[in-house]
Design a protein around this ligand. Structure first.
Ligand code: P6P
Length: 360
């Protein structure tokens, strides 16, 4: 068996050098990665279910207008107090069911669910309470983009359960982001990609519409050390609690602060899409805390943490303005955090501005 896998590894590397690795599938990739990490071997069905979920949600996203999936689900409001789109609810069910059916997951936390869900309740069978892992996810990130066909995504993270108590499933999911064993996102745009890390670099898989499978298209992605993109919704800037951010952006726009290329503002209103842009082109994305949102808008457990693990694994930085996101203690499943991610140069500069102007 080991000889076969070794042969396969050599073949894949030869193919990748010759550019012939067009069909290195997501499935084959996780088989090899989990061979290298036997302690995570139970995650094979989980990662397979993530590929299937991304494929199915992508299909739904493409049929929003033709299948009348646009708009809100009646007057439905989620725990965040946000209107629920039809696709929020369907995608949440797709993610919950597929992750729980893997039997390696025993509890899930979703942006669309008030409390953690036991898989034995989701599948209505106690046999599904034995899984060693917990999953956290935002089934549709950027829901307001659905009807207009703009980019959206799914964000996911997997934790190994710690001090699990079936009577208190919270105990197994309130973990710091640095404990994540898998993190990633699916993006639904001109095409669909899965961007994934298992702690050894960031890899991208692209959906082939003909075979309906995802294939490795970029390995070991590295964020440029510096980049031109700045991604802020600065309509809120007079409300930002850290005034250093506005000074930083003013200097950045004036071309100060050692930019090697002309800065470009890009903001897609979906964390996954803006993150994807930063990973490939370099720069900075930020959603600061403000008077109306003193803890920021983005959720720590199932948005900021998985995205931050991806960004750090790609050689970037992820902070809340002062400290590393992945070190933050998670007190509550829907708690929010300010989030700044991106190239080392831009994040370091921003942090210096925040510290310099922080004379509260
Ligand atoms: P605003 C989408 O609703 C989301 O949660 C993130 O995906 C995105 O980065 C942010 O909110 C956009 O928020 O206030 O700029 O519309």
């Amino acid at each position: 068996m080991k000889f076969c896998v070794l042969f396969w590894l050599i073949a894949v590397n030869i193919l990748s050098i010759s550019g012939l690795n067009q069909k290195y599938s997501f499935k084959r990739f996780i088989e090899i990665e989990l061979w290298r990490k036997p302690e995570l071997s139970e995650l094979y069905p989980v990662l397979s279910s993530i590929e299937i979920s991304c494929r199915d949600i992508n299909k739904l996203m493409r049929r929003v207008s033709t299948d009348n999936l646009c708009g809100l689900e009646g007057n439905s409001i989620n725990i965040q107090g946000e209107d629920q789109q039809k696709l929020d609810i369907i995608s949440n069910r797709v993610m919950k069911t597929s992750l729980c059916c893997s039997k390696s997951i025993s509890v899930v936390v979703s942006e669309e669910e008030e409390k953690p869900c036991l898989c034995s309740d989701v599948i209505d069978n106690i046999a599904f309470s034995k899984g060693e892992f917990a999953a956290v996810f935002d089934p549709i990130d950027g829901s307001s983009n659905i009807d207009s066909g703009l980019p959206t995504g799914t964000i996911f993270g997997i934790y190994r359960k710690q001090n699990y108590n079936i009577d208190d499933p919270l105990s197994s999911v309130l973990q710091k982001g640095k404990n994540l064993v898998v993190a990633g996102y699916c993006i639904y745009a001109a095409t669909s990609h899965i961007v994934l890390t298992m702690g050894d670099g960031v890899h991208m898989f692209t959906l082939d519409d003909y075979t309906n499978k995802y294939y490795l298209t970029k390995s070991n992605i590295q964020i440029p050390k510096s980049g031109p993109i700045y991604s802020f919704n600065d309509v809120n800037k007079k409300q930002w609690l850290d005034i250093g951010i506005e000074y930083y952006l003013n200097d950045l726009k004036k071309g100060n602060y050692g930019f090697d290329t002309k800065p470009q503002q890009r903001y897609m209103g979906a964390l996954v899409a803006d993150t994807h842009n930063i990973i490939f082109n370099g720069g900075i994305f930020g959603y600061p805390s403000s008077i109306s949102r003193p803890s920021g808008k983005l959720r720590l457990l199932y948005e900021a943490n998985p995205i931050s693990m991806i960004v750090e694994q790609a050689g970037g930085l992820a902070i809340d303005g002062k400290k590393r996101i992945l070190e933050k203690k998670v007190e509550e499943i829907h708690e929010r955090t300010p989030l700044f991610i991106g190239s080392k140069q831009q994040i370091t500069s921003l942090k210096n501005y925040i510290q310099f102007f922080d004379y509260k």
